[in-house]
Write a protein that binds this ligand. Structure first.
Ligand SMILES: [Zn+2]
Length: 116
């Protein structure tokens, strides 16, 4: 079980990644018939809808992180934040408690989720 806001943040990040991918030249070069403008517009709307579903507190952290970093959520592997590569405290509940809390990396400020 993911924290509901973590789920939203991951979705936002994925939508943002997709929005960047669509605009990339490789997409057009690959002959994928995408109406870049329309798709970008739709993705931007969806991102805004999802952002609005975050609590005010999470929104303010999110905005601060997004100003500095393209990536707002980072995975933690072997106790290391894979965005800034600094050691983070290990998750407390090894199994079911994992990722049920919304946590941030103390070093880079990104939201983190545990993958191991
Ligand atoms: Zn970090």
């Amino acid at each position: 079980m993911l924290h509901p806001e973590l789920e939203i943040l991951l979705e936002i990040q994925d939508l943002q990644t997709l929005r960047r991918d669509i605009a990339a030249a490789e997409y057009a070069a690959a002959g994928i018939p995408v109406d870049v403008e329309a798709f970008t517009q739709r993705l931007t709307e969806r991102i805004a809808e999802r952002e609005a579903q975050l609590s005010p507190r999470t929104q303010s952290v999110y905005k601060r992180v997004a100003k500095r970093h393209e990536r707002v959520v980072a995975p933690v592997l072997n106790g290391v934040c894979y965005a800034c590569f600094v050691h983070v405290p290990t998750s407390r509940g090894r199994d079911k408690g994992r990722n049920t809390e919304l946590r941030t990396c103390e070093s880079c400020g990104r939201f983190i989720y545990y993958t191991d």
